[in-house]
Design a protein around this ligand. Structure first.
Ligand code: 4AD
Ligand code: MG
Length: 462
C-alpha cells in the first residue's frame, strides 16, 4: 500500500473517512498517557500535522516507545476518523513501523528555537514550521513568477553562470579558476597566470544575467532569466547574501515608464498568488514574525505604487527630523536607512525612486537629457528597502562607450554587448528582482539567512 500525502487527508478527510490508509512522515511531537499515545506527524506536504492516535494496548510497548520520539520517521497504517476539532481528521493507528530512530541528542526537542540557533543546523532546520512554511512560499512564489512571464509572452532564457564581464561594475565577483594556491605562486605575472588558467582570461560567477539577457531580448523581444547570481559583497547585513536568486526580465522597445508598469504588475500578481495559494503559511508568518502581514500584502495588491523622483526624495530626507547616520546630499546614494524612511514613514507603501544621479549608478543605464541623471529606478518596500533594481538601457553606442570609458572599463570584455547598439539597436529596459528580498517582504522574516535553504554569507559556508 502506497502512502498518501498528509495534505490530502487534511483537506479531503471526508473522502477517506472510515477507510484504512498508510501515511509516512516525521514525528514532530509525541505525547504519551496511560492508555493512549499521540503523534503529530508531518511529511512536508502541509504546514499542519496529522494527529496519529495510538491505543497502547494494541501495540508492543517496547516498539512503541521507540516511535514516540521527536524526529523519528514513521510509517503508519490506520483508519481515518473525524477529530475532536470540527472539520479535522486524524488516524487511529493499527500498525506503526519505525523507519528511522531519532536518539535524544536530536537538537529539535523544544517547541521554539531561535533563528540564530537554527542557522547552526541548516540540515535540520528545514524540519521546523518556519522553514516548512518558508520553503513552500518560496516554491509558490517562484512558480508564480514563471506563470506571470509565461502568460504574458516572455521567453525564459538561461543565461550563463560563468562570465567574463562584471555587469554591475562593482568588482564584487567570485573568480572562477582552476589554479590552486601553489600554481598561482609559480606564475611570474598576471599574463602568465591567465595563460595557464582554464579560460585563458579572467572569469567569474555572474552577478546578474542582464548583459546576456539583453542579447536574447534583441532577438526574442520579451525575455526573462531566473537563476542564481553571486556577489562577493563583504557586507554583513540582514539583506545581503553572497548567493541569491534573481528574476531579470528584459524588454525590447520598453522605456522606463513601461518597465515600471511591468514591475508593478508582476509584484502584485505574485503577491496575490501567495495570498491565494498559501493562506496557512501567511497566517503562520503573521503570528510568528509580522503582525498585520496579510493586510499589508492585500493592500499592496490593491494600492498604486508611488513614483518619486530621486531629487524629490533628497528634499524629503533633508526636511525630515529623523537623525540619519549617513549624510543626505544630492549626488549621494540612498542608504538603507533613507530608503526605509521614505517607504515606511513617508508613504507606507512600495515606492519607485526614479532618475538617480548617473555617477552612482551602472554604466549601462540610459542617460537622461539633463546630462546628470539616468533613467533608472529602485523599488523600495517597507521593512526591506530595495527589492528591485531597474533601468532603461543606454541604446546609443557612443553614449554607452563614453560611460564605460569614464568608468575605466576594459572595452574588449564587452564587444558583444556594445555590438547590440551597433546592429539594429532599439530602446529597451529591464529589471532585477531579488527573490530573497521579496521573500523577506512576503514572510516578514527579517534576515536573508532564513529565507534560503543554505545561507551563503561572508565567513559562512555551512
Ligand atoms: O540592483 P541590482 O544590483 O541590479 C542588477 O543586478 C541589474 N543588473 C538588474 C537588472 O536590471 N537586470 O540587483 C537587483 C536586485 C536588488 O534590487 C536586490 O533585490 C537583489 O537583486 N540583490 C541582492 N539580494 C541579496 N543579496 C545581495 N547581495 C543582493 N544584491 C542585489
Ligand atoms: Mg541596486
Amino acid at each position: 500500500m502506497k502512502n498518501i500525502d498528509i495534505i490530502d487527508i487534511l483537506t479531503n478527510g471526508k473522502d477517506y473517512e472510515g477507510k484504512s490508509v498508510v501515511v509516512a512522515g516525521w514525528a514532530r511531537t509525541a505525547r504519551d498517557s496511560k492508555t493512549m499515545a499521540f503523534v503529530a506527524l508531518n511529511d512536508g506536504t502541509s504546514l499542519r500535522h496529522l494527529q496519529i492516535v495510538i491505543d497502547k494496548a494494541r501495540l508492543d510497548a517496547h516498539d512503541l516507545a521507540r516511535c514516540l520520539k521527536n524526529g523519528a520517521s514513521l510509517l503508519v497504517e490506520g483508519t481515518v476518523v473525524p477529530a475532536m476539532n470540527q472539520g479535522d481528521y486524524e488516524i487511529n493507528a493499527d500498525t506503526i513501523e519505525l523507519l528511522g530512530d531519532c536518539p535524544q541528542d536530536y537538537p529539535l526537542q523544544k517547541k521554539y528555537h531561535s533563528l540564530e540557533f537554527l542557522r547552526t543546523i541548516p540540515h535540520l532546520r528545514v524540519r521546523t514550521n518556519t522553514f516548512n512554511a518558508m520553503l513552500r512560499v518560496r516554491s509558490k512564489l517562484s512558480f508564480a513568477i514563471h506563470r506571470f512571464f509565461q502568460e504574458n509572452g516572455y521567453t525564459y532564457i538561461h543565461t550563463p553562470i560563468i562570465t567574463g564581464s562584471d555587469c554591475e561594475g562593482a568588482g564584487e565577483i567570485f573568480h572562477v579558476t582552476t589554479h590552486s594556491c601553489n600554481s598561482a605562486k609559480l606564475s611570474k605575472d598576471e599574463a602568465e597566470y591567465m595563460a595557464n588558467d582554464f579560460f585563458k582570461r579572467k572569469a567569474g560567477l555572474t552577478v546578474s544575467g542582464q548583459l546576456e539577457g539583453e542579447v536574447a531580448a534583441m532577438a526574442m523581444g520579451k525575455i526573462y532569466t531566473f537563476g542564481p547570481t553571486f556577489r562577493a559583497e563583504n557586507s554583513n547585513t540582514p539583506r545581503h547574501a553572497a548567493e541569491f536568486w534573481q528574476v531579470e526580465p528584459e524588454v525590447a522597445f520598453a522605456k522606463l515608464p513601461d518597465i515600471i508598469e511591468i514591475a508593478e504588475k508582476m509584484i502584485k500578481s505574485i503577491i496575490k498568488a501567495v495570498l491565494d495559494e498559501c493562506p496557512e503559511e501567511i497566517a503562520f508568518f503573521e503570528k510568528a514574525f509580522e503582525s498585520g502581514l496579510r493586510e499589508k500584502l492585500t493592500s499592496v495588491v490593491e494600492s498604486e505604487f508611488k513614483v518619486l523622483d530621486y531629487s524629490e526624495a533628497i528634499e524629503i530626507l533633508k526636511k525630515s527630523d529623523e537623525k540619519f547616520v549617513y549624510p543626505v546630499e544630492w549626488g549621494l546614494d540612498l542608504q538603507s536607512e533613507h530608503e526605509r524612511y521614505i517607504t515606511e514613514k513617508v508613504f507606507n507603501k512600495p515606492v519607485f525612486v526614479i532618475n538617480y544621479p548617473k555617477h552612482i549608478k551602472s554604466f549601462y543605464m540610459k542617460q537622461n537629457d539633463d546630462g546628470k541623471t539616468v533613467a533608472a529606478t529602485d523599488l523600495l518596500v517597507p521593512g526591506v528597502g530595495e527589492i528591485i533594481g531597474c533601468s532603461e538601457r543606454e541604446a546609443d553606442y557612443d553614449k554607452l562607450k563614453q560611460a564605460m570609458v569614464e568608468r575605466n572599463m576594459n572595452l574588449d570584455d564587452y564587444v558583444g554587448y556594445m555590438d547590440l547598439r551597433k546592429y539594429g539597436s532599439v530602446p529597451h529596459s529591464g529589471f532585477g528582482l531579488g527573490l530573497e528580498r521579496i521573500m523577506m517582504y512576503v514572510t516578514g522574516i527579517a534576515n536573508i539567512r532564513d529565507v534560503q535553504l543554505y545561507a551563503r554569507t561572508t565567513g559562512d559556508l555551512m
